[in-house]
Design a protein around this ligand. Structure first.
Ligand code: SF4
Length: 252
């Protein structure tokens, strides 16, 4: 197993079967060695730099109905809210006062956040925080929307692809969503000059090791500037509430 880790550290990748073997048969010792190599690579590439983001969940309204998500449209039990511009500015002030100048604005797929509305929000934010870096995580908006936000001064954009495998996608996401559109959206963000990122959840229901590999390769092919990967945790009042959680160590 340590040979596979060495190969991964040197080449930055492993062939499908070998990578699957490493994930499937890993043990404590292998993982410790893998983390050691990962830390060494990170030291070479990025040194000891840490960027802290101020995460501002600006709305939990969503028009979609993904099976694993508490913000899904049909969840009648969640109390919905939407922040106004002043509320967002106050959150940014709090972060800026604590030395944090990167603001992540995130929401469900909220149709209220039109190009005109978000243009005003971003213009105000840039006026108050000219050095602030704004990262958007607002879901699938059209290219004109993201072009406009970039012009106003958005720095990055995060669009979770969910799962790269089309069959797995169908089991989790509603019929009005498509893995191809997600991938297309990601490439468009990149073309527009965003620091673009994506992510997925490890341990989602019906997910196999091969699906996780497809997800990682998508991030690698895309050369994501931001990678947001977490462990799946079942959310009450969703169709998948009785499924098992993802494994934290596998996520690492
Ligand atoms: S689009 Fe995002 S926020 Fe909306 S239900 Fe799906 S995962 Fe949740």
């Amino acid at each position: 197993m340590t040979e596979l880790v060495d190969q991964l550290a040197v080449s930055g990748n492993l062939a499908g079967e070998a990578f699957g073997e490493l994930l499937r048969y890993r043990n404590g010792e292998t993982m410790e060695y893998l983390f050691e190599q990962a830390r060494a690579t990170r030291q070479q590439v990025k040194k000891d730099v840490l960027q802290i983001w101020g995460r501002i969940p600006i709305s939990n309204y969503c028009k979609n109905n993904c099976k694993m998500c508490g913000m899904r449209r049909d969840n009648q039990f969640v109390k919905r809210y939407r922040m106004d511009t002043q509320g967002i500015i106050e959150c940014c002030e709090y972060f800026a006062g604590n030395g944090v100048q990167t603001f992540l604005l995130e929401s469900g797929e909220d149709v209220y956040f039109t190009e005109a509305y978000m243009s005003e929000v971003l213009t105000e934010l840039k006026r108050h925080f000219p050095k602030g870096q704004i990262i958007l995580s607002l879901g699938e908006k059209n290219q004109d929307f993201y072009r406009k936000m970039k012009r106003i001064g958005a720095y990055g954009a995060l669009l979770h692809h969910g799962t790269a495998n089309p069959m797995h996608f169908k089991k989790i996401f509603p019929a009005n969503m498509s893995p191809l559109l997600k991938k297309q959206g990601l490439w468009q963000l990149k073309e527009l000059g965003y620091h673009a990122g994506s992510g997925f959840l490890v341990g989602m229901p019906y997910q196999t090791i091969e699906h996780v590999l497809e997800d990682m390769w998508l991030l690698k092919d895309f050369e994501a500037s931001i990678v947001d990967v977490g462990a799946y945790i079942p959310t009450p009042r969703t169709p998948l509430e009785n499924q098992r959680s993802g494994n934290g160590e596998m996520t690492l």
